[in-house]
Design a protein around this ligand. Structure first.
Ligand code: BDR
Ligand code: CA
Length: 345
């Protein structure tokens, strides 16, 4: 069976990095392109992170640079959440790899046209690039086999404002354009939309990081809430060391916000669902984005009762089994770290 072509749009980002590694580790998938979105950090830094991850994982995928700013709003970034360079405490060596000469919006279109009806799209950052791609190729919803979006919060609190989730909040206009495009009734399938109501169930914890290192055959010191801030990994496997250093920062951020010594793996869930939608239960509905509310800009609204009488444009995730996700994540990423990178001398 030939591999599933996957195109990923990321604002790497600690959990975006984990999502990319999961996809590289998944034998049924072939990542055919990576779009870099401004978001967690500036777009140039996102590009650097993506290229450096390819070095670390010994994988070759074209990486494209996206728009430096959202469609209309000024860019906001989240170094407080993801670290000064977006990879927590991990520092990735400079890479000699370069970017494609075409931009991220064109990359979406090219990938979809090269794999008509086959391409699986995954968006785990602001939707700026995808909105720009739709402007240049309105047939995109028909060309894609599947689209999975990490974004929004459905009947659930936000993480950026009291009601808005980060990816949607950074570029609400782009998100609104994307949902509108999939609501025209001509798409081959509806996007699977995973909001915070679902992804906050996916809580990475020190014990699970220990399982990951063990699966990779890596020696390491168990991570703990008692460790001094900024403790660096001693893992013998270089990929595990980077993931531990990235995750440490993410743990500390969540801990500082009274969520416990854990971190939500929003984006890896989207990556896993892109390859296997059965990991989540979804409800078909119409989603729209608040653009003008003085308190509610960036809020995602699902019209569960069809009061708007509009075409459905989304399959919103409503239930997930975190243990099933983590079993798969640890098995795949652990085996990948073990086989492709081995042990450091
Ligand atoms: C989303 O925001 C980003 O900070 C994460 O990478 C994730 O994509 C969660 O709201
Ligand atoms: Ca992200």
């Amino acid at each position: 069976m030939s591999a599933l072509p996957v195109f990923v749009d990321v604002d790497t980002g600690v959990d975006d990095a984990m999502a990319l590694v999961y996809l590289f580790a998944s034998e049924e998938a072939e990542v055919v392109g990576i779009a870099s979105s401004a978001g967690n950090v500036a777009v140039q830094q996102v590009c650097q992170n993506n290229l450096a991850l390819l070095d670390l994982c010994s994988v070759d995928v074209p990486v494209s640079k996206g728009s430096a700013s959202p469609l209309t709003a000024p860019l906001r970034t989240a170094e407080d959440t993801h670290g000064p360079e977006g990879m927590g405490y991990a520092q990735l060596p400079a890479t000699a790899r370069g970017l494609t000469e075409y931009d991220a919006a064109q990359a979406w279109v090219r990938a979809a046209q090269e794999h008509p009806g086959e391409l699986i799209g995954v968006a785990t950052g602001p939707l700026t690039n995808l909105a720009l791609a739709l402007r240049s190729e309105p047939a995109l919803p028909r060309l894609l086999r599947r689209l999975v979006i990490m974004g929004g919060a459905f009947d659930y609190r936000g993480n950026t404002t009291p009601v808005a989730e980060w990816n949607i909040s950074v570029d609400p206009e782009a998100a609104a354009e994307v949902f509108e495009a999939w609501g025209s009734g001509t798409a081959s399938g509806l996007p699977i939309v995973l909001g915070l109501n679902l992804t906050e169930n996916i809580a990475m914890m020190p014990e699970l990081m220990g399982r990951l290192a063990a699966e990779a055959g890596s020696s390491t010191r168990p991570m703990s809430a008692q460790d001094p801030r900024g403790t660096r990994s001693s893992a013998s496997n270089p990929l595990i060391a980077v993931l531990e250093d990235a995750m440490r920062f993410y743990f500390e951020y969540h801990f500082a916000h009274n969520e416990g010594y854990l971190a939500h793996l929003h984006d890896p869930l989207a990556a896993a669902v892109a390859l296997d939608p059965d990991l989540v239960e979804c409800r078909r509905t119409t989603v729209d984005v608040e653009l003008t509310g003085t308190l509610t800009r960036g809020m995602t609204i699902a019209d569960w009762s069809n009061l708007w009488a509009r075409e459905p444009n989304a399959l919103v995730g409503v239930d997930v089994d975190p243990a099933a996700f983590f079993d798969r994540f640890i098995a795949r990423v652990g085996a990948f770290a073990k086989s492709s990178l081995g042990e450091q001398a």
